[in-house]
Structures are given as C-alpha cells and as structure tokens.
Design a protein around this ligand. Structure first.
Ligand code: 1ZZ
Length: 525
C-alpha cells in the first residue's frame, strides 16, 4: 500500500455527534450527524457486494434525492467502488436524447450498475439500457459482504463534464487527490467544523456542489444544509432565508445566481434577513463579473451583507476542483484591461502553482485529477509533464489569477458547461440546415454566457422560420435558450483546411458584425 490516506480513512474517523448533514426535501428535513454518517456508510459499504459490485467497479449515481445520494457516494468511497454521478432526467428533458447521453457515459465509464430513484429507474427500465438498475432501497437491503480497502492511488470517483453527451470525458479523481484537495481547501478558507456552517443548493452531480459541499465538509466535519437545486430554481431567495436561519458562514454559487438574487432583493425579501454571519460568499464555475457581485452586495447590505464577504475562485474538474481563490475577507480586486473590468480569482491554493504559457493557464498541485477514463490521448494532451493544461486563458498580476477566456470551446451558461459539438449535432438535424455547416459559440448574455448559433442554410435565403426551429431544437434537447441564430450562405461558416469548424473565428466574425444577423426571435437568456 502506498503512503498516504484514502478518503475512506477520513470517513472512518468521523465522530461528531451533534453536527452533520441536513437535507431539506419537499416538506421534510432529514439530518445525519457525522457520527451517523460514519455508522451508516460503514454498513452501506458492505452492501455493494450484495448487488454484485466489487471494489474498482463503476456505478452510475442518478439519485436526485440528496439524502440518498450523499450516503450512497460516501459508501462507495468506503468500499473502493467508483461512483459516476450523473444528473437524473429533469421535467423538461426529452427521453431519447437523455437516455442516449446516459448510455454513452455508462459505456465510457464501463459502469455495470445504475442507482436511481424509483421513478427514474422505471423510465430507464423502459428504455432498455444495457445496464443493471437498482434503487437506494435495494442497496440498503442488499446482503452484506466483505469489501476491499481502497488504496490512496485508487480512483475515488469519475466526474463527467456536464453536457458532454456526444464525446463524454470522465475525469478520474483519486482518493489521494480528493484528500489533498480537501486539506488545501480547509487551509485556504480557514474552515473550522466547530464554528462554520455550510449552505448549498448546488447540484451534486457537479464538482462544485459535490466536492465543495460534501467532501470538504466531511474532511472538516462542518455542518451543511442542503437545499435541492429544484427548490432554488423555484424560490431562489429561499436559499438566503436558509442562510439567515442557520447563520450560514460558507456558501458558493456561480455568477448567474448572484445576478438573479440581486434582482430579487425587495423590502419583503430583506425583511428579517440576516446575512452577517456569511463569511465566504464564494463565486466560481463561470466568469466572475465584478458588476454583478457589487450589485448583490449593495442589494443585501441592509441584511448585513458586506462586500468583503465576496470570495471569487477558479477551478475545474481536471484539478479535482479549486485552483485559485481570494482569501476570506479580502473581497473583490479588479483590474481594467482595455474597456473590460476583470475580477481576480485569487491566489493559488496551498501547494498549487499556476503559470501562464502562451496565454494558457497551466497548473501543478498535489490534487490534480489522474486523467480521462479510458482516453489516453486526451489525457496526454491535457496532463503534460506534471502540468495540467486547463484550456483557459488568463494572466497573473501581483500573484493573483485573472481568467480572460478559453482556448477550449466550452460554453458555460448559468454555471453549466455545454460542449459546442453537442449543440451543433442537434442543430444539424433541423430540416433546412446544411450538415457540417453549424458553429455554436459563447456570447455575452445578461447574467451569464449565452449560446449563439451560426447555421448554413441548404437554400439561401432560407425559410423565415429556420432560426426559430434551430432555437427550438436546442431548447428542447438541452433545456437551453438560444441567444441568437445567424443564418448564412453555404461555405460561410469558417473552417480549417481539414474541415474543422473554427468556432473562435466564427464568434469573432459575429461580434465584429461581419455576419448579417437574423435574430432568433427569442429573448436573450
Ligand atoms: P468544471 C468549500 N471556470 O466549474 C467549497 N471558474 O469545474 C470550495 N471561468 O470542470 C469550492 N472564471 O465544471 C471551490 N472563476 O468547469 C470552488 O469552468 C472553486 O473554463 C471553483 O475550465 C470551482 C469551479 C469548478 C468548475 C471548469 C471550467 C474552467 C473554466 C470555467 C471556472 C471560473 C471559470 C472564469 C472563473
């Protein structure tokens, strides 16, 4: 066994009887103290055997009930079973494309079992997936058996980037990286389980919610209150009321959530609200806009919120999670570049080095993820000589990192990542669109990035409803509104000599007004 600790060690050490996780479901609250978490996950860890799952096997986790998801993933870590978190289908998601995406992720990860809630399991059973299905209840009642002890270098879980349904990439995070990241985060934000309180509405299939709010919390035995993402969408200010009620000290959200909350501030929302205990108002996962955060701070100043509580950070799944963060209490720091005001994402995490190579942000630290599951080529292109090439661009100023853009073609809308080729695939199927003649790229939206699509029409001028049908295809497939659709002639979507779509050039041509715009008729998102 190699030197170091696995995350299973941390779970075995949990002992605190009066703090832990509280899950706020529909109308009920379920609470487990950390001592309970230790006992429950020790028991559940033995039950994978009863479902025919052994250490090292991959299991897709589609449990949208957080009070089931959290014990299941911790029990997997304890038994060396490799969890693959994946979103359950939402009310608006179309069944066919959803199941196709899941099928590809399970095939890429080599997952042999899918753990889902009863309703989702039923949908999946009808879809005839080539994978066994079980519910959380099946796990809790399965026959117990022995399990192996995970080694620190074993994979802990696999994080698939959301949206990458066409060519999914699963980031493998080792136990060693998970423990190292937790300890670095505890030091960076000076986290103390006996005085801090976390509040989260972030989805647990995404790294910021899962690692930030479950794993870092376990490692520090910090109590956390979980509100479901669906509840946040229905009632965003309910999240602030919860922070106020439990005197929460740590909560993270992408920029768009601060923008939404700033807009909803009103005398009724502010009435009785006390956000003075919130010492780390973290903001990451998408570009941090200083104007948004200042507007939030102003709007909630009457509730005791101080601008010094704003804590921007930057990270990515390939580095397990966090790369840089401003330190608690520092607030915002901005610089002007041309006409843009950029917000600092802070200094590197403890034990982390950040360099800029040809504009690209590259990172070395003790908590880098190990690579992409089953994809040695993409792994070798991204992890080079111990340095992670992030695909993001930026610069360092006085030791702080400013993120300026991306070399990779990711589009991030409301904290969720979309891969342009997935959007382009969906658009190509629209009648009247020329196959291969589509470019999807990020443009500025109101609170967050937005998607713009450039399409070559089979016949030009195109049918007048083509932009609407393109926008509808993207909305129904990804539940994502399109900011605009520009219809162009055959050959007008820029490509490389080998025929690859040049999305960055397409975006540049669009922004510079070199393409005639045909608005999609939708409101900007
Ligand atoms: P993902 C205790 N991006 O989004 C709690 N940040 O990963 C600790 N672009 O792989 C929580 N500016 O999905 C610490 N500031 O996407 C949280 O997203 C630290 O393009 C932040 O490559 C973690 C965010 C994790 C995340 C990664 C991509 C990046 C980049 C973009 C993330 C950004 C940002 C601009 C930022």
């Amino acid at each position: 066994m190699s030197h170091g600790r696995s995350f299973a060690h941390l779970l075995r050490d949990l002992s605190v009887p009066d703090r832990g996780f509280t899950f706020l479901g529909g109308n009920d609250r379920t609470s487990y103290s950390y001592a309970d978490v230790n006992r429950i996950t020790a028991d559940l860890a033995t039950r994978w055997a009863g479902l025919g799952i052994r250490s090292g096997d991959r299991v897709a986790l589609l449990l949208n009930d957080e009070s089931e998801f959290v014990p299941a993933i911790l029990a997997a870590l304890r038994a060396g079973v490799v969890a693959v978190p994946y979103p359950a289908p939402g009310p608006g998601s179309r069944r066919g494309p959803y199941v196709d995406g899941l099928r590809r992720v399970c095939a890429t990860a080599g997952a042999g079992l899918c753990l889902a809630g009863p309703a989702v399991a039923k949908i999946l059973a009808e879809a005839d997936l080539p994978i066994r299905l079980a519910t959380f209840a099946d796990l809790t009642t399965a026959e117990p058996g022995p399990h192996a002890e995970p080694d620190p270098d074993d994979p802990a879980f696999i994080q698939f980037t959301s949206g990458s349904t066409g060519h999914p990439k699963g980031v493998v995070v080792s136990h060693r990286a998970l423990v190292a990241h937790s300890l670095a985060m505890i030091e960076a934000i000076d986290l103390h389980g006996d005085r801090d309180r976390g509040v989260s509405w972030l989805p647990l299939y995404h790294d910021m919610g899962l690692i930030g709010k479950v794993f870092v919390a376990v490692a520090s035995q910090t109590p956390v209150w979980f509100l479901s993402p669906q509840r946040f969408v229905r009632d965003p200010t309910g999240f602030l009321r919860l922070l106020s009620e439990v005197r929460g000290t740590i909560a993270y959200a992408p920029n768009f959530a601060y923008a939404m909350l700033a807009q909803r501030a009103s005398p009724e929302v502010l009435d009785g609200l006390d956000l003075s205990a919130w010492r780390v108002a973290g903001c990451g996962a998408e570009p941090v806009r200083a104007g948004t955060l200042r507007a939030f701070a102003r709007a909630y100043a009457p509730a005791g919120f101080r601008a010094s509580q704003l804590t921007p950070c930057y990270g990515l799944a390939e580095a397990t999670l966090a790369v840089t963060t401003r330190r608690p209490g520092e607030g915002l720091r901005t610089v002007r570049v041309d006409d843009l005001e950029l917000a600092s994402t802070g200094r590197p995490m403890p034990g982390t080095e950040v360099r800029i190579v040809d504009d690209e942000i590259v990172v070395r630290c003790g908590h880098l993820a190990s690579g992409y599951h089953g994809d040695p080529e993409a792994t070798a292109a991204t992890w080079r000589d111990g340095w992670l090439h992030t695909g993001d661009t930026g610069f360092l100023d006085d030791g702080e990192l400013f993120v300026t853009g991306r070399v990779k073609d990711l589009i991030i809308v409301n904290g969720r990542n979309y891969h342009p080729h997935d959007i382009e695939d969906a658009v190509e199927r629209v009648d009247g669109v020329r196959p291969g003649g589509v470019a999807a790229f990020a443009t500025d939206g109101e609170h967050s990035e937005a998607v713009h699509v450039l399409v070559e029409a089979v016949r030009y001028p195109a049918m007048t409803d083509l932009p609407d049908r393109v926008a509808e295809a993207v909305r129904s497939r990804f539940s994502l509104p399109v900011h605009g659709v520009t219809v162009v002639r055959r050959g007008a979507v820029p490509k490389t000599s080998s025929g690859k779509v040049r999305r960055r050039l397409a975006a540049h041509l669009y922004r510079s007004g070199a393409l005639a715009a045909h608005p999609s008729g939708e409101d900007p998102s």
